[in-house]
Design a binder for this molecule. Structure first.
Ligand SMILES: [Zn+2]
Length: 137
């Protein structure tokens, strides 16, 4: 288990990263009815949402999300967690369409805060500074 420091975006703007710390945006992904010429036909009602903090995905109590729309939005989320150049399209684009061509739904990705992690607690990359094999007998 590793330690995390959760904070608002404003708090992170003035926070000084120490040692091997780095920040990732926390995300809220909310269903919106983007193309109103089509109905919402999947089991993702408008306003339903899930959240991502670090590697942890969570839904409100009793919440569900269908796997096909989830599969469409998942590849974008790690990029939206990173702090990118302001002109990068990942900074300006915030919607992913539902993959069902008959559904007017989309998923709005919002950055809600920042979580700070320590590289030494979340990475043991082979050959890296935290390679656990170095201490093996
Ligand atoms: Zn849909």
């Amino acid at each position: 288990m590793y330690m995390m420091k959760g904070m608002t975006r404003g708090e992170f703007d003035v926070y000084e990263l120490r040692d091997d710390e780095f920040g990732l945006y926390d995300l809220r992904i909310t269903t919106v009815h983007l193309d109103t010429s089509l109905p919402l036909i999947c089991n993702h009602p408008e306003g339903s949402f899930f959240e991502l903090s670090g590697e942890n995905l969570s839904l409100p109590d009793g919440g569900t999300i269908p796997i096909y729309p989830l599969a469409a939005v998942l590849p974008i989320l790690p990029a939206k967690q990173r702090m990118n150049p302001s002109n990068d399209w990942i900074e300006t684009d915030a919607h992913v369409r539902c993959p069902d061509p008959c559904c007017g739904g989309a998923f709005h990705i919002e950055r809600t805060g920042v979580t700070v992690f320590r590289n030494s607690e979340v990475s043991g990359a082979i050959g890296g500074p935290n390679d656990n094999r170095r201490n093996a007998p």
